[in-house]
Every structure is written in structure tokens, then in C-alpha cells.
Design a binder for this molecule. Structure first.
Ligand code: GLU
Ligand code: ASP
Length: 538
């Protein structure tokens, strides 16, 4: 229908009338397509974060050790053989084994904790020699797990570059999302079998690359340029992401603790399947045409009007025009910021890595009505704070804007990184108080509260800065670069995480604190020059 309309439009046709507002839009303020995208993404993130919440502990306490925890957080009562995991021998060679001298402290603390047991959670102590064996294996597996976790969570941010390119050029966003969602669902089910662990990770990395960038751009497709509802739509979308990230742990983490790891992974697959079915059933009706479809329609219209060559020449002229000096300075400014963001993400992403290990090994979670809260629920704390704090900060910035005191985007990012660093002071203090035992759940939760404030100051602000400051014709590329900083950040997160097993805990958290603060100060140093080149966009 839109194709026919475009084809018939004469050259100097007036802009098409705005899409009629449906009863649904009048009532809810947004087109129904937005809610289809929000719920599809909610289920996709449910599956992604549900699986990710189990990943580190699964590797360290189950998959890569021979004396295993068959149930998350419960006694080491199973036997396994990492050699049966296809590809492990190869990956293990790549990773190498850590020098045992580095692991001394980790082994001693872990062995002592195992001997003591955990009466509150009805876990009996283990004989000293067995405890030592378990500790050696777990400490090694923790380091390997940290690096692998870093590569996995990194690579999921590298493939979106490819996924975006394929959608723009060949398949269109709609089809690419379906292909990506299906590959992810298969990946989650494959993950439920331990031998195919690496195949599952590969499928998830590829599937996510196809799915993630293209579901987000479709939110934008629903709104005409200049429609003021677009920003608000992205906030609703971000809340959807975090609702998925919030509820998943109660399902996947609980299943892993009650029935076994594989049920947790399979539940993630069921979630992704829900999302996919919803998208397939409702998407066709309510979503806007994607960019490729629109471009093809425009080409067909131009061809019909005999303007093909003319249009092609105009496009080439625009594409080969060199960037102006001003455009170059914006590009370099964004590159500089993205490079600094690598450190932000490397510290931030410790949440699912070393902080999850802390939540598992060094935290006493409450027992509610006889039910011991599993450590994986910790992963729900950050998304919970995201959707509770977002309205507060939106309100604060609006108020600051009214009195002309709203910080620039760059200043906000600097503040975000500094707050992220400072949040780890809580953990330095916690590590000193808790020592080798188990401490209150308030330590990691309060750290996460502050860390989330830091995230709100940097992550969504950075996304919007990219779209504002980038020369329009390379905005997707610059967005790809933004994701690239998450890629490097996550990989670095894995390597930094190795120090968790080697250093005293308070020193490790001290390092995270310094990295966050120093990066914030470096971003701050960019504020003035960036303000000059970015003007109002800064
Ligand atoms: N947590 C957000 C998501 O899953 C964004 C993370 C990032 O940009 O690295 O969509
Ligand atoms: N806060 C992350 C993202 O913004 C989700 C998470 O780490 O659980 O949406």
C-alpha cells in the first residue's frame, strides 16, 4: 500500500499527511507497534540476562570442575568431566592455566569456607582434603570463567555491527530480527546440554548480533522525524529491557537452584520463544516498514518515474562529499569518548562477573519463609534500580534544565563514571568487614544502587549524544562504534576479573574504584573542547 502510494506521488507532492491517530494511540499515547517491540525485547532480554546470570557460576562451580555443584548454591555433590565439553581442550590451551602461586589466597579462603559449611542454608562442612581439591579447581575455573564470560559478553556487542549491516543491505530489519530470535532460542536450548556449551555460546552471539540492533532501530521507525514522542518511546523501551532483565533471574535462577542448571537455561529458551512468537503473530500488523523496504519502494518509484540515474548520481555526490573540519572534530571527539567508555564498561560489567562471585561466595542472602534466596537473584538488583530511578533522574534533569543548570551530556557522562568508581568504596569497606567469611547482602546491593546511578548518567546519555553529534550519514557506523566500546569493555572486564582471585578483595575493589574515578576525570577533561565542537549537542 505504501509502495503504491510512493510510486504514484508526483515530484513536487506535498508531504504526506501524518499517519492517522488510532483510538489506541489516543488512549496510550503511542502506536501499538511500540508495545509489540517492548514486549518482544522484554522476552529477548529475559532470555539473554536469565542465561547470563547463571553463566559465571555454572562455569566455575559446575562445568569446568570435576567435583560439581549440581544445584546452584548447594553442596558439591556431583561428578563431572570438563573434557566432555566439546572444544574445551582447545579453549583451555588458549587460556592456559593460572600460576598456582597466584591462587594461594583464593584456595585457602575457599577451602576454609567449605570446611565450615553453611548451617544457615543447611549445607554441611566438607572434609579438609576434599575441600582443598574443590578449592583448587574452583579458583582455577573462576579465572577461566572470568575470561570466557568477558569474551562472551563482549562478542555479543561485536556482532551487532554485522547484524545491522546485513539488515540495512540485504534482509531488512524485520527478517533479521526473526532470524536472530530463532538462532538465539536454539542457542538457549543447546545450552541446556553441557557438551555443546561452546556451540550454544556461538549461536547466542550470532543470534544476538542479528536481533539486538534491529529491534531497537524499529522503535525509531514508528515515528516521523521530529516526532517528540521518540525519546519517550526509547525510555519505555529501556524500561522493557530492564523488566525482562529483572524477572528472568526469579525464573531461571530459581529453577537452577531448585531443579538444576539445565532447567534454568531451558527456561531462557522458552522466554525467547515467547518473544519470537509474539513478534511473528503481532508484528506484521502493527510495525512500520523497515528501512530496506522503504528504500526499495523509493527506488521502484524513481525507476517508474525514469529518474533512476539522476537519483543515483545525487546519492553518490552526497556520499563522496568529504567531511568538513567541523564534522571531523565531532567524529574524533566521539572516538575519544568511546575509547574512555571501554574502561567504564570494564568496571560496570563486573556486576555479572566478579560481583556475582562475591554474591555467591561472600554473601549471606536472607531465607524467606524457609526459602533460601539464590545468589543469582542479585542480577535483578540493577534492573530494578533502573526502572525505579529513571523517573527520578528524568525529573531532576528537567528541573535543572528549567533553571539552566542541567549538565552537558559530556559532563553527565563524567559524573556517571565518577559515581561508578565511588560505588566500589562500599565494596572496599565491605571486603574489610567481611574478610574471608560471608557478609550482609546490603554490601553488594548498596554498591549496585550507586553503580546504577552512574549507569543512568552515562549509558542512555551516551546513546543520545551519538545520535546528536554524529554526522547523519554515518550515524549507524558511530552507533556501531558505541557498541564496540562495550565489546572491548566486556573483554577487558574478563581479564581484570582474573585479579579477583589473586588479590585481596579490598585491593581489587580499590582498583575498580580508581579506574572509574580516573576515567570520569578524563571524560571531564573532554568537556570544554567538546562543548566547543559539539555546540548545543554537547
Ligand atoms: N543493559 C542494556 C541492554 O541490555 C545496555 C547495555 C550496553 O549498552 O552495554 O540493552
Ligand atoms: N542495566 C542493564 C541494561 O540497561 C541490564 C542488566 O545489566 O541487567 O539494560
Amino acid at each position: 500500500m505504501s509502495t503504491a502510494a510512493a510510486a504514484d506521488a508526483p515530484d513536487d507532492a506535498p508531504a504526506p499527511p501524518p499517519v492517522p491517530v488510532t483510538a489506541f494511540e489516543r488512549r496510550f499515547g503511542h502506536p501499538p507497534g511500540l508495545f509489540i517491540l517492548v514486549f518482544t525485547e522484554l522476552w529477548e532480554r529475559f532470555s539473554y540476562y536469565g542465561m547470563r546470570g547463571l553463566l559465571k557460576l555454572y562455569m566455575a562451580n559446575y562445568l569446568f570442575v570435576t567435583i560439581r555443584q549440581t544445584l546452584q548454591g548447594k553442596a558439591y555433590d556431583g561428578h563431572g568431566d570438563p573434557a566432555l565439553v566439546k572444544g574445551w581442550a582447545f579453549i583451555h590451551r588458549l587460556l592456559g592455566d593460572p600460576d598456582m602461586a597466584h591462587l594461594k589466597e583464593c584456595i585457602e579462603t575457599k577451602a576454609a569456607a567449605l570446611v565450615k559449611g553453611d548451617p544457615e542454608h543447611k549445607i554441611a562442612g566438607v572434609a579438609a582434603d576434599v575441600a582443598h581439591d574443590i578449592a583448587v579447581q574452583t579458583c582455577q575455573a573462576n579465572e577461566h570463567g572470568s575470561v570466557l564470560y568477558g569474551w562472551y559478553t563482549g562478542l555479543v556487542y561485536l556482532t551487532p555491527l554485522l547484524g545491522g549491516y546485513i539488515a540495512d543491505k540485504y534482509l531488512g530489519q524485520r527478517k533479521t530480527v526473526v532470524v536472530g530470535g530463532a538462532i538465539m532460542a536454539i542457542g538457549h536450548f543447546v545450552m541446556a546440554f553441557e557438551n555443546s556449551f561452546f556451540l550454544a555460546l556461538a549461536l547466542l552471539i550470532i543470534g544476538n548480533g542479528a536481533f539486538k540492533p534491529n529491534i531497537s532501530t524499529q522503535v525509531g521507525n514508528l515515528y516521523a522525524p521530529g516526532d517528540h514522542r521518540r525519546d519517550r518511546a526509547f525510555s519505555i523501551f529501556y524500561v522493557g529491557i530492564n523488566l525482562g532483565a529483572f524477572i528472568c533471574n526469579f525464573v531461571c535462577g530459581t529453577l537452577a537452584a531448585a531443579w538444576g542448571w539445565h532447567y534454568g537455561f531451558a527456561a531462557a529458551g522458552v522466554g525467547m520463544t515467547f518473544g519470537l512468537v509474539l513478534y511473528l503473530v503481532a508484528g506484521n500488523r502493527y510495525l512500520a516498514d523497515d528501512e530496506l523496504t522503504k528504500r526499495k519502494a523509493r527506488q521502484a518509484a524513481d525507476e517508474k518515474a525514469g529518474k533512476r540515474l539522476e537519483a543515483a548520481h545525487a546519492a553518490v555526490r552526497e556520499e563522496s562529499r568529504p567531511f568538513t573540519k567541523e564534522e571531523w572534530s565531532r567524529i574524533w571527539a566521539l572516538c575519544g569518548l568511546c575509547a574512555l567508555n571501554v574502561v567504564f564498561w570494564a568496571v560496570y560489567e563486573q556486576q555479572g562477573n566478579t560481583m556475582e562471585t562475591w554474591a555467591d561466595e561472600s554473601t549471606t542472602w536472607p531465607v524467606i519463609f524457609g526459602y533460601a534466596i539464590p545468589a543469582t537473584w542479585f542480577q535483578s538488583v540493577n534492573p530494578f534500580f533502573i526502572f525505579t530511578l529513571t523517573p527520578l533522574f528524568t525529573w531532576l534533569w528537567k528541573r535543572q534544565e528549567r533553571v539552566g543548570k542541567e549538565p552537558t551530556s559530556v559532563a553527565k557522562m563524567a559524573i556517571g563514571s565518577i559515581i561508578l568508581g565511588l560505588s566500589f568504596i562500599v565494596m572496599i569497606w565491605g571486603a574489610m568487614v567481611v574478610g574471608g567469611g560471608k557478609g550482609s547482602w546490603l554490601w553488594p546491593v548498596s554498591c549496585t544502587l550507586l553503580l546504577t546511578v552512574g549507569e543512568l548518567y552515562l549509558s542512555p546519555i551516551g546513546l543520545s549524544l551519538v545520535t546528536k553529534a554524529s554526522p547523519p550519514r554515518i550515524v549507524s557506523l558511530m552507533m556501531g562504534m558505541w557498541f564496540l566500546s562495550s565489546f572491548f569493555g566486556n573483554v577487558l572486564c574478563g581479564y581484570i576479573g582474573k585479579l579477583y582471585t589473586r588479590w585481596p578483595k579490598w585491593e581489587f575493589f580499590g582498583l575498580l574504584c580508581v579506574l572509574g574515578v580516573v576515567t570520569g576525570l578524563a571524560i571531564w577533561a573532554f568537556n570544554k573542547p567538546l562543548k566547543k565542537t559539539l555546540g548545543a549537542a554537547a
